[in-house]
Write a protein that binds this ligand. Structure first.
Ligand code: NAD
Length: 299
Protein backbone atom coordinates (compact mmCIF):
# COMPACT_ATOMS: atom_id res chain seq x y z
CA UNK A 1 0.00 0.00 0.00
CA UNK A 2 1.45 3.34 -0.97
CA UNK A 3 0.58 6.49 0.90
CA UNK A 4 2.24 9.87 0.89
CA UNK A 5 4.90 8.50 -1.37
CA UNK A 6 6.07 5.93 1.19
CA UNK A 7 5.61 2.19 0.88
CA UNK A 8 4.00 0.37 3.75
CA UNK A 9 2.88 -3.21 4.12
CA UNK A 10 4.93 -6.31 3.47
CA UNK A 11 5.71 -8.97 0.93
CA UNK A 12 3.75 -12.24 0.99
CA UNK A 13 3.91 -14.04 4.32
CA UNK A 14 5.60 -11.21 6.21
CA UNK A 15 3.90 -9.65 9.21
CA UNK A 16 1.80 -6.67 8.19
CA UNK A 17 3.13 -3.26 8.94
CA UNK A 18 0.11 -1.09 9.57
CA UNK A 19 0.03 2.45 8.34
CA UNK A 20 -0.53 4.97 11.07
CA UNK A 21 -0.70 8.12 8.91
CA UNK A 22 -2.54 7.85 5.62
CA UNK A 23 -2.73 11.35 4.21
CA UNK A 24 -6.40 11.52 5.11
CA UNK A 25 -6.36 15.32 4.71
CA UNK A 26 -3.94 15.54 1.79
CA UNK A 27 -4.40 18.79 -0.13
CA UNK A 28 -6.77 20.34 2.39
CA UNK A 29 -6.36 23.67 4.17
CA UNK A 30 -7.51 23.87 7.78
CA UNK A 31 -8.14 26.73 10.19
CA UNK A 32 -8.15 25.97 13.92
CA UNK A 33 -9.02 28.39 16.71
CA UNK A 34 -7.58 27.83 20.17
CA UNK A 35 -4.77 26.16 18.21
CA UNK A 36 -2.06 26.99 20.73
CA UNK A 37 -3.01 24.44 23.36
CA UNK A 38 -5.02 21.40 24.43
CA UNK A 39 -7.35 19.93 21.82
CA UNK A 40 -6.45 22.57 19.22
CA UNK A 41 -2.73 21.82 19.28
CA UNK A 42 -3.12 18.01 19.22
CA UNK A 43 -5.50 18.44 16.30
CA UNK A 44 -3.07 20.72 14.47
CA UNK A 45 -0.32 18.11 14.75
CA UNK A 46 -2.55 15.27 13.59
CA UNK A 47 -3.87 17.34 10.67
CA UNK A 48 -0.31 18.18 9.57
CA UNK A 49 0.69 14.52 9.78
CA UNK A 50 -2.33 13.65 7.65
CA UNK A 51 -1.26 16.01 4.90
CA UNK A 52 -3.18 19.23 5.63
CA UNK A 53 -1.86 22.77 5.72
CA UNK A 54 -2.96 24.40 8.98
CA UNK A 55 -3.50 27.90 10.30
CA UNK A 56 -3.36 27.95 14.09
CA UNK A 57 -5.26 30.93 15.42
CA UNK A 58 -5.14 31.91 19.08
CA UNK A 59 -5.37 35.02 21.21
CA UNK A 60 -2.17 34.10 23.04
CA UNK A 61 0.87 34.87 20.87
CA UNK A 62 3.37 33.51 23.38
CA UNK A 63 1.51 30.21 23.48
CA UNK A 64 1.44 30.21 19.65
CA UNK A 65 5.24 30.56 19.54
CA UNK A 66 5.66 27.71 22.04
CA UNK A 67 3.19 25.62 20.07
CA UNK A 68 5.14 26.15 16.85
CA UNK A 69 8.36 24.99 18.50
CA UNK A 70 6.60 21.84 19.72
CA UNK A 71 5.10 21.25 16.28
CA UNK A 72 8.54 21.48 14.63
CA UNK A 73 9.89 19.03 17.20
CA UNK A 74 7.14 16.50 16.60
CA UNK A 75 6.50 16.65 12.85
CA UNK A 76 9.87 17.96 11.60
CA UNK A 77 10.73 21.19 9.80
CA UNK A 78 9.36 20.16 6.40
CA UNK A 79 5.87 19.23 7.58
CA UNK A 80 5.86 22.12 10.07
CA UNK A 81 6.42 24.52 7.17
CA UNK A 82 2.77 23.81 6.25
CA UNK A 83 1.63 25.44 9.52
CA UNK A 84 1.10 29.18 10.04
CA UNK A 85 0.27 30.95 13.28
CA UNK A 86 -2.06 33.94 13.40
CA UNK A 87 -3.06 35.97 16.41
CA UNK A 88 -6.83 36.13 16.53
CA UNK A 89 -9.44 37.13 19.06
CA UNK A 90 -12.55 35.14 18.16
CA UNK A 91 -14.81 37.73 19.82
CA UNK A 92 -13.79 40.26 17.15
CA UNK A 93 -15.25 39.65 13.69
CA UNK A 94 -12.59 41.49 11.71
CA UNK A 95 -9.91 39.55 13.58
CA UNK A 96 -11.56 36.24 12.63
CA UNK A 97 -12.08 37.36 9.04
CA UNK A 98 -8.42 38.37 8.69
CA UNK A 99 -7.20 35.14 10.29
CA UNK A 100 -9.23 32.96 7.92
CA UNK A 101 -8.05 35.12 5.00
CA UNK A 102 -4.52 33.96 5.84
CA UNK A 103 -5.52 30.78 3.98
CA UNK A 104 -6.31 32.74 0.79
CA UNK A 105 -2.81 32.31 -0.58
CA UNK A 106 -3.26 28.54 -0.23
CA UNK A 107 -6.63 28.66 -2.05
CA UNK A 108 -8.94 29.15 0.97
CA UNK A 109 -10.09 26.88 3.75
CA UNK A 110 -11.59 23.40 3.37
CA UNK A 111 -11.85 22.72 7.11
CA UNK A 112 -12.62 25.07 9.99
CA UNK A 113 -12.39 23.89 13.59
CA UNK A 114 -14.00 26.51 15.88
CA UNK A 115 -12.51 25.26 19.09
CA UNK A 116 -11.40 28.27 21.19
CA UNK A 117 -13.35 28.41 24.42
CA UNK A 118 -13.10 29.36 28.07
CA UNK A 119 -14.51 28.02 31.32
CA UNK A 120 -14.12 30.90 33.77
CA UNK A 121 -13.22 30.25 37.41
CA UNK A 122 -15.90 32.71 38.53
CA UNK A 123 -18.66 31.01 36.53
CA UNK A 124 -21.19 29.70 39.04
CA UNK A 125 -24.95 29.25 39.46
CA UNK A 126 -27.81 31.57 38.49
CA UNK A 127 -27.33 33.67 41.62
CA UNK A 128 -23.57 34.05 41.76
CA UNK A 129 -22.56 34.32 38.10
CA UNK A 130 -21.86 37.96 37.30
CA UNK A 131 -23.06 39.59 34.12
CA UNK A 132 -19.43 40.25 33.19
CA UNK A 133 -18.55 36.54 33.31
CA UNK A 134 -21.76 35.63 31.49
CA UNK A 135 -21.05 38.09 28.66
CA UNK A 136 -17.38 37.14 28.35
CA UNK A 137 -18.22 33.43 28.16
CA UNK A 138 -20.93 33.94 25.52
CA UNK A 139 -18.65 36.28 23.53
CA UNK A 140 -15.86 33.69 23.22
CA UNK A 141 -17.77 30.42 23.24
CA UNK A 142 -20.81 31.42 21.17
CA UNK A 143 -20.11 34.59 19.20
CA UNK A 144 -16.63 33.27 18.36
CA UNK A 145 -18.18 30.11 16.88
CA UNK A 146 -20.69 32.18 14.92
CA UNK A 147 -17.94 34.37 13.41
CA UNK A 148 -15.80 31.33 12.65
CA UNK A 149 -18.72 29.58 10.97
CA UNK A 150 -19.74 32.67 9.00
CA UNK A 151 -16.25 33.32 7.64
CA UNK A 152 -15.74 29.62 6.94
CA UNK A 153 -18.74 29.71 4.60
CA UNK A 154 -17.68 33.03 3.02
CA UNK A 155 -14.14 31.75 2.40
CA UNK A 156 -15.41 28.47 0.93
CA UNK A 157 -17.76 30.38 -1.38
CA UNK A 158 -15.05 32.85 -2.39
CA UNK A 159 -12.72 30.00 -3.35
CA UNK A 160 -15.52 28.02 -5.03
CA UNK A 161 -15.05 24.96 -2.84
CA UNK A 162 -17.27 22.05 -3.75
CA UNK A 163 -17.25 20.74 -0.19
CA UNK A 164 -16.22 21.77 3.29
CA UNK A 165 -16.29 20.65 6.90
CA UNK A 166 -16.82 22.86 9.93
CA UNK A 167 -16.47 21.38 13.42
CA UNK A 168 -17.58 23.42 16.43
CA UNK A 169 -16.49 22.47 19.92
CA UNK A 170 -19.39 22.16 22.34
CA UNK A 171 -19.19 19.90 25.42
CA UNK A 172 -20.88 16.95 27.08
CA UNK A 173 -22.23 19.50 29.60
CA UNK A 174 -24.58 20.67 26.85
CA UNK A 175 -26.23 17.23 27.12
CA UNK A 176 -26.12 16.51 30.88
CA UNK A 177 -26.99 18.40 34.01
CA UNK A 178 -24.37 19.07 36.67
CA UNK A 179 -25.03 19.88 40.31
CA UNK A 180 -21.71 21.73 40.27
CA UNK A 181 -22.91 24.54 38.01
CA UNK A 182 -21.05 26.69 35.56
CA UNK A 183 -24.15 28.23 34.16
CA UNK A 184 -22.61 30.57 31.60
CA UNK A 185 -20.38 27.81 30.20
CA UNK A 186 -23.20 25.25 30.02
CA UNK A 187 -25.53 27.72 28.33
CA UNK A 188 -22.81 28.67 25.84
CA UNK A 189 -22.20 25.05 24.86
CA UNK A 190 -25.95 24.42 24.45
CA UNK A 191 -25.98 27.39 22.07
CA UNK A 192 -23.11 25.87 20.07
CA UNK A 193 -25.08 22.63 19.62
CA UNK A 194 -28.23 24.41 18.47
CA UNK A 195 -26.39 26.84 16.19
CA UNK A 196 -24.29 24.10 14.58
CA UNK A 197 -27.34 21.93 13.88
CA UNK A 198 -29.06 24.81 12.12
CA UNK A 199 -25.96 25.77 10.13
CA UNK A 200 -25.79 22.15 8.99
CA UNK A 201 -29.30 22.38 7.55
CA UNK A 202 -28.82 25.80 5.95
CA UNK A 203 -25.58 24.87 4.14
CA UNK A 204 -26.24 21.19 3.36
CA UNK A 205 -26.84 21.79 -0.36
CA UNK A 206 -23.58 23.71 -0.59
CA UNK A 207 -21.95 20.50 0.65
CA UNK A 208 -20.60 22.27 3.72
CA UNK A 209 -21.02 19.98 6.71
CA UNK A 210 -21.32 21.27 10.27
CA UNK A 211 -20.86 18.98 13.26
CA UNK A 212 -20.44 19.64 16.98
CA UNK A 213 -17.77 17.94 19.00
CA UNK A 214 -18.87 17.13 22.57
CA UNK A 215 -15.78 16.27 24.61
CA UNK A 216 -16.06 14.72 28.06
CA UNK A 217 -13.81 15.95 30.91
CA UNK A 218 -10.20 16.09 29.76
CA UNK A 219 -6.66 16.15 30.93
CA UNK A 220 -6.05 19.66 29.55
CA UNK A 221 -5.18 22.84 31.50
CA UNK A 222 -8.70 24.23 30.93
CA UNK A 223 -10.18 21.70 33.36
CA UNK A 224 -7.15 20.47 35.32
CA UNK A 225 -6.08 23.96 36.42
CA UNK A 226 -9.62 24.63 37.57
CA UNK A 227 -9.83 21.37 39.57
CA UNK A 228 -6.35 21.90 41.04
CA UNK A 229 -5.49 19.78 44.10
CA UNK A 230 -9.01 19.72 45.45
CA UNK A 231 -9.50 15.94 45.84
CA UNK A 232 -13.15 16.17 46.88
CA UNK A 233 -13.93 18.27 43.81
CA UNK A 234 -12.13 15.72 41.63
CA UNK A 235 -13.79 12.72 43.25
CA UNK A 236 -17.24 14.19 42.76
CA UNK A 237 -16.61 13.99 39.02
CA UNK A 238 -14.35 10.95 38.71
CA UNK A 239 -16.89 8.65 40.34
CA UNK A 240 -19.05 9.02 37.22
CA UNK A 241 -16.39 8.08 34.65
CA UNK A 242 -17.06 4.61 33.19
CA UNK A 243 -13.44 4.59 31.96
CA UNK A 244 -12.09 5.66 35.36
CA UNK A 245 -9.99 8.39 33.79
CA UNK A 246 -10.07 11.79 32.14
CA UNK A 247 -9.94 11.89 28.36
CA UNK A 248 -6.82 12.98 26.49
CA UNK A 249 -6.71 15.79 23.95
CA UNK A 250 -5.44 13.36 21.29
CA UNK A 251 -8.67 11.36 21.64
CA UNK A 252 -10.64 14.46 20.69
CA UNK A 253 -8.21 15.24 17.87
CA UNK A 254 -8.79 11.78 16.36
CA UNK A 255 -12.53 12.43 16.30
CA UNK A 256 -12.02 15.86 14.74
CA UNK A 257 -9.81 14.26 12.08
CA UNK A 258 -12.65 11.93 11.13
CA UNK A 259 -15.19 14.77 10.99
CA UNK A 260 -12.79 16.91 8.96
CA UNK A 261 -11.96 14.20 6.43
CA UNK A 262 -14.03 13.02 3.50
CA UNK A 263 -14.50 9.71 5.37
CA UNK A 264 -17.34 11.43 7.23
CA UNK A 265 -19.05 12.72 4.07
CA UNK A 266 -22.50 11.54 5.26
CA UNK A 267 -22.02 12.74 8.84
CA UNK A 268 -23.75 16.08 9.27
CA UNK A 269 -25.43 17.97 12.14
CA UNK A 270 -24.30 15.47 14.75
CA UNK A 271 -23.59 16.10 18.41
CA UNK A 272 -20.43 13.99 18.15
CA UNK A 273 -19.86 12.78 21.70
CA UNK A 274 -16.34 11.71 22.74
CA UNK A 275 -16.68 11.18 26.48
CA UNK A 276 -15.67 7.60 27.34
CA UNK A 277 -19.34 6.73 27.82
CA UNK A 278 -19.91 9.26 30.59
CA UNK A 279 -23.15 10.63 29.16
CA UNK A 280 -24.63 7.12 29.03
CA UNK A 281 -23.60 6.10 32.56
CA UNK A 282 -25.95 5.14 35.37
CA UNK A 283 -24.11 2.92 37.86
CA UNK A 284 -20.39 3.48 38.30
CA UNK A 285 -18.09 0.83 36.84
CA UNK A 286 -15.47 -0.64 39.18
CA UNK A 287 -11.86 -1.75 38.88
CA UNK A 288 -8.66 -0.04 37.83
CA UNK A 289 -8.79 2.48 35.00
CA UNK A 290 -7.26 1.22 31.74
CA UNK A 291 -4.51 3.52 30.49
CA UNK A 292 -5.35 6.13 27.88
CA UNK A 293 -3.25 6.98 24.83
CA UNK A 294 -0.33 9.40 25.03
CA UNK A 295 -0.71 12.87 23.57
CA UNK A 296 1.89 13.85 21.00
CA UNK A 297 2.58 17.05 22.92
CA UNK A 298 3.86 16.45 26.42
CA UNK A 299 2.51 18.96 28.91
N1 NAD B 1 -10.91 20.37 28.68
C1 NAD B 1 -12.12 19.85 28.85
O1 NAD B 1 -12.37 19.09 29.79
C2 NAD B 1 -13.22 20.18 27.86
C3 NAD B 1 -14.41 19.48 27.92
C4 NAD B 1 -15.42 19.80 27.02
C5 NAD B 1 -15.23 20.82 26.10
N2 NAD B 1 -14.06 21.49 26.07
C6 NAD B 1 -13.91 22.56 25.07
O2 NAD B 1 -12.82 22.27 24.21
C7 NAD B 1 -12.28 23.48 23.68
C8 NAD B 1 -10.77 23.48 23.84
O3 NAD B 1 -10.49 23.29 25.20
P1 NAD B 1 -9.08 22.83 25.75
O4 NAD B 1 -9.33 21.91 26.87
O5 NAD B 1 -8.18 22.44 24.66
O6 NAD B 1 -8.64 24.23 26.39
P2 NAD B 1 -7.32 25.09 26.40
O7 NAD B 1 -7.53 26.14 27.44
O8 NAD B 1 -6.12 24.21 26.46
O9 NAD B 1 -7.37 25.77 24.94
C9 NAD B 1 -8.23 26.82 24.61
C10 NAD B 1 -7.46 27.80 23.73
O10 NAD B 1 -8.37 28.86 23.36
C11 NAD B 1 -7.63 30.06 23.36
N3 NAD B 1 -8.53 31.21 23.49
C12 NAD B 1 -9.20 31.63 24.60
N4 NAD B 1 -9.88 32.75 24.33
C13 NAD B 1 -9.67 33.04 23.02
C14 NAD B 1 -10.10 34.07 22.15
N5 NAD B 1 -10.90 35.07 22.59
N6 NAD B 1 -9.71 34.05 20.86
C15 NAD B 1 -8.88 33.07 20.41
N7 NAD B 1 -8.42 32.08 21.19
C16 NAD B 1 -8.81 32.06 22.47
C17 NAD B 1 -6.69 29.93 24.54
O11 NAD B 1 -5.60 30.84 24.46
C18 NAD B 1 -6.28 28.46 24.45
O12 NAD B 1 -5.09 28.28 23.68
C19 NAD B 1 -13.00 24.62 24.42
O13 NAD B 1 -14.03 25.12 23.61
C20 NAD B 1 -13.57 23.93 25.64
O14 NAD B 1 -14.71 24.57 26.14
C21 NAD B 1 -13.03 21.19 26.91
Amino acid sequence: MTTNGSTNGAANGDAKHYVTRRGRLAGKNAFITGGAGGIGLETTILFLQEGASVILADINTKALDTAMTKIQDIVGEQTASKAKTVQCDVTNESSVEAAIAAADEWGGVDIVFNNAGIMHGDDADAIDTSEKIWDLTQAINVKGVWYGSKHAVLSMRKHKKTKGSVINTASFVALMGAATPQLAYTASKGAVLAMTRELAMVHARENIRFNSLCPGPLNTPLLQDWLGDDQAKRHRREVHFPSGRFGEAIEQAQAVLFLASDESSFVNATDFVVDGGLSKAYVTAEGPAPAGPKNQVST
